[in-house]
Design a protein around this ligand. Structure first.
Ligand SMILES: C[S@@+](CC[C@H](N)C(=O)[O-])C[C@H]1O[C@@H](n2cnc3c(N)ncnc32)[C@H](O)[C@@H]1O
Length: 248
């Protein structure tokens, strides 16, 4: 019953806000840094960052928008690999900004060019043609009106800019059965990309191992196994996170 209630989370913006407001505020900084130590460098994180860099054409000096940055793990990963990125992150909950800054102090001691703001994926405040890449992981499954957010993403991208959106994968049996809100499939995501005006739309999936396996470096053999699995037909559709990319 509880699970069925939670699956409805995305249908009401206030419920989503309350859920995440509680989650971000219940973490004291010590707990947060423990989570960061645990989650940074696991499979989920390495595969996510690598996918964004590849599919989002991310390189030095590009302007990036991360929608729903959480406590900033994607931003840490991108900035560690490509230091001269200009990253803006938006979050629904203000406490997320403080949390991310605590993580950055430890994991990106001399960071610059990171701008964190309160914002809503469905109402981006940025001008048209503002970013080279827009990315987001595990956020769009909470949106009440994801189609609206896709139009916003398209609007703020420069012509030729790339969007890469990642969410829990409905075609993955574990996510289908156990994920607490709506998982989405690449069929649905591609449809929304198309409706928003994107071209060259591609899809794939990542995460074949338990993300509790932590502390792997990017060149670990297991990371390579994960990368190879993403290339096998059929298997490459059922990873835990599905991503779709498109070009404006
Ligand atoms: C599962 S967390 C993912 C965080 C981060 N992307 C990561 O992978 O670590 C989902 C995040 O989306 C944020 N969020 C939910 N709805 C949002 C919206 N409409 N606009 C921006 N952020 C939102 C929540 O506050 C939460 O931090």
């Amino acid at each position: 019953m509880k699970k069925i209630e939670k699956r409805k989370l995305y249908k009401n913006k206030n419920t989503v806000f309350t859920h995440w407001h509680t989650r971000h505020n219940e973490r004291d900084y010590q707990k947060l840094l423990k989570i960061a130590e645990y989650e940074l460098y696991n499979f989920t994180w390495i595969a996510t960052v690598n996918t964004f860099i590849k599919e989002g054409n991310i390189s030095d000096k590009k302007k990036i928008l991360d929608i729903g940055f959480g406590w900033g793990r994607t931003i840490v990963g991108l900035k560690k690999k490509i230091t001269d990125l200009d990253v803006t992150g938006i979050e629904l909950v203000d406490r997320a900004i403080e949390n991310a800054q605590v993580v950055f102090k430890k994991y990106l001691p001399k960071y610059s060019k990171i701008n964190l703001e309160i914002g809503d994926a469905e109402r981006l405040r940025f001008e048209d043609n503002s970013f080279d890449t827009v990315l987001s992981t595990r956020v769009f499954q909470y949106l009440t009106n994801p189609q609206k957010a896709f139009h916003q993403v398209h609007r703020v991208l420069v012509p030729g800019g790339k969007a890469v959106i990642m969410v829990p994968n409905k075609l993955n049996p574990h996510q289908y059965l156990w994920y607490h809100t709506q998982p989405l499939s690449f069929f649905t995501l591609k449809k929304w990309f198309k409706e928003a005006g994107f071209k060259n739309i591609k899809n794939g999936s990542i995460i074949y191992f338990n993300d509790k396996w932590h502390r792997f470096s990017s060149d670990s053999a297991w990371v390579e196994v994960e990368r190879l699995l993403t290339k096998i037909p059929f298997i490459n559709k059922i990873g835990g996170n599905v991503w779709v990319s498109g070009e404006k």
